[in-house]
Design a protein around this ligand. Structure first.
Ligand code: PEP
Ligand code: MN
Length: 337
């Protein structure tokens, strides 16, 4: 439920409504929309007589929230959420590009990738130290050693780092090194992990599960938001369809759909969405044209010898080209890169 206050409602009216809602055992969330104050109501509404609130001074109406998520919904918070990560702002006019290798492998390779990302104008460095691999025999990541290498690359380049956390137990460790905690597609509904990153105090990049709906993604975001972390970035990374030519199918619809459902920033991962380096640049352009606030791109200085996802990683030269191409699309839709 959301209480829409009249434009002429006073501070005292608003405070009184909040007090009355609180006395009913509800939590409130205040936001502004077109000059009116909205007071979102959180908690168990069953059995409550909301007519009482509708009749208070300054209240225009009490309307039902039509969606199962609340904090994530645009009705609840009409103004876009802007997530600040050091000097980087996600959800503003500038399209942000986080790029780097799938996995952190060696210091030399990571530093080469980081240098390329910085020189090409990328905003953040990505790289997994804990890897969710389909096979237990595949490279599982360097763990803390990888986090240290990421921190050193941040030191050297100034790029904030995005890295995946696989379990709630790992959250304190990864938080010590990371600027953004990535929750991967396979973990989108790991509710214990969502709870833990909700309490971590640093931004979260939440990837859409490969078999999850947009609504399920938003409900997962709701877990993070409702545990106290307002800094959530959503990531469309492709879903499973009958198509096998590509690794996944980018749900381009999800970008404008999320924009009309939520205030949270939305980025796109064209690397996992396509699974083919040759498609990544075109799909990145489509994502930005559709309104994405950023991209998450795999780049590797020696992709033939990469320890994971080399086939979908761009070479440094290709990444430079991607940035040039995406810049033109960003300008065409009134954004910068
Ligand atoms: C990744 O970004 O390296 C990754 C494993 O992605 P996803 O969770 O989308 O598969
Ligand atoms: Mn990968």
């Amino acid at each position: 439920m959301v209480i829409v206050m009249k434009p002429e409602a006073t501070e005292a009216d608003i405070k009184y409504v909040i007090r009355r809602a609180t006395s009913l055992g509800l939590k409130t969330h205040v936001s502004q929309q077109n000059g009116s104050t909205l007071i979102g109501l959180l908690g168990d509404l069953r059995g409550l007589d909301l007519e009482v609130l509708a009749g208070l001074r300054g209240v225009e109406r009490v309307s039902a929230m039509t969606r199962p998520y609340r904090l994530a919904s645009i009705e609840f918070k009409p103004e876009p959420t802007v997530v600040k990560i050091r000097d980087c702002v996600v959800g503003g006019e500038r399209v942000v590009v986080a790029a780097g290798p799938c996995s952190v492998e060696t210091r030399e390779r990571l530093n080469a990738a980081a240098t390329c990302v910085r020189e090409a104008g990328g905003s953040m460095l990505r790289g997994g130290a804990f890897k969710p691999r389909s096979s237990p025999y595949s490279f599982q990541g360097l763990a803390e050693e990888g986090l240290k290498l990421l921190a050193d690359a941040r030191e050297a380049t100034g790029l904030p780092i995005v890295t995946e956390v696989l379990s709630s137990e790992q959250v304190p460790l990864v938080t010590r090194y990371a600027d953004v905690l990535q929750v991967g597609a396979r973990n989108m509904q790991n509710f214990a992990l969502l709870h833990a990153v909700g309490e971590a105090g640093i931004p979260v990049l939440l990837k859409r599960g490969m078999m999850s709906t947009i609504e399920e993604l938003l409900l997962s975001a709701e877990y993070v938001l409702s545990h106290g972390n307002p800094n959530v970035i959503l990531c469309e990374r492709g879903i499973r369809t009958f198509e096998t030519y590509t690794r996944n199918t980018l749900d381009i619809n999800a970008v404008p759909a999320l924009k009309e459902l939520t205030h949270l920033p939305v980025i796109v991962d064209p690397s996992h969405a396509t699974g083919k380096a040759s498609l990544v640049t075109a799909v990145s352009k489509a994502a930005v044209a559709a309104g994405a606030d950023g991209l998450l791109v795999e780049v590797h200085p020696d992709r033939e010898n990469a320890w994971s996802d080399g086939f979908q990683s761009l070479t440094p030269q290709e990444f430079h080209t991607l940035m040039e191409e995406v810049k033109k699309v960003a300008a065409a839709v009134g954004r910068t890169l």
